[in-house]
Write a new protein. Structure first.
Length: 183
């Protein structure tokens, strides 16, 4: 019996030692002054990526038609968390490797000769298009996509050739995206 009590005592001492080590690790992990905590804060800030913008902040404009695909620059930025969207170029540049979701809404006045359309582009490659052509009234189209992006991948919209896009202070034409999760 004495040997079995000693064996139980050894297990208990081993368990206590394991718990003590785990407690020290937790203390270091949650210590607000530890390097690990600061590193986690930086990583979490990098994971906060989202933007939403429209073509115009005020006034109104019909953009196009152009005889070639033309980059759209969404200048009225509602949010740009992480500053990954550039309102001077219209480019979203992935700051971290991860899965991102993008949506875009295109508006135009119906016209017999000109549709309303734009294509989402990844590193210059056409991915998805939003396109509507009708001879009168409003021409609305939208699309969205979820993409795995590497650091530095560039996403932007190109206006479809020979199309017309409209925007005003009501923000009909928009482009948005956000990081779903890092990889």
């Amino acid at each position: 019996e004495l040997s079995s009590v000693k064996a139980l005592a050894n297990i208990t001492e081993d368990q206590v030692e394991t718990l003590r080590r785990e407690g020290e690790e937790l203390y270091i992990f949650f210590d607000p002054h530890s390097a690990k905590t600061e590193e986690l804060e930086v990583q979490n800030k990098m994971k906060r990526v989202a933007f939403s913008a429209s073509l115009l902040g005020s006034g109104y404009e019909i953009i196009g038609p152009f005889n070639t695909h033309t980059t759209l620059v969404f200048r009225y930025v509602v949010s740009n968390i992480g500053n990954a969207y550039n309102p001077n170029t219209g480019f979203f540049t992935a700051p971290v490797r991860g899965v991102y979701h993008f949506e875009f809404y295109i508006y135009g006045h119906g016209h017999a000769s000109y549709p309303a359309g734009a294509v989402l582009t990844k590193n210059g490659e056409h991915i998805f298009i939003a396109y509507e052509h009708q001879p009168s009234h409003a021409a609305n189209s939208a699309n969205g996509v979820t993409l795995l992006l590497e650091v530095g991948d560039v996403i932007f919209l190109r206006q479809w050739q020979n199309s017309r896009i409209y925007d005003n202070q009501n923000h009909h034409t928009t482009f948005s995206g956000h990081l779903l999760f890092p990889m």
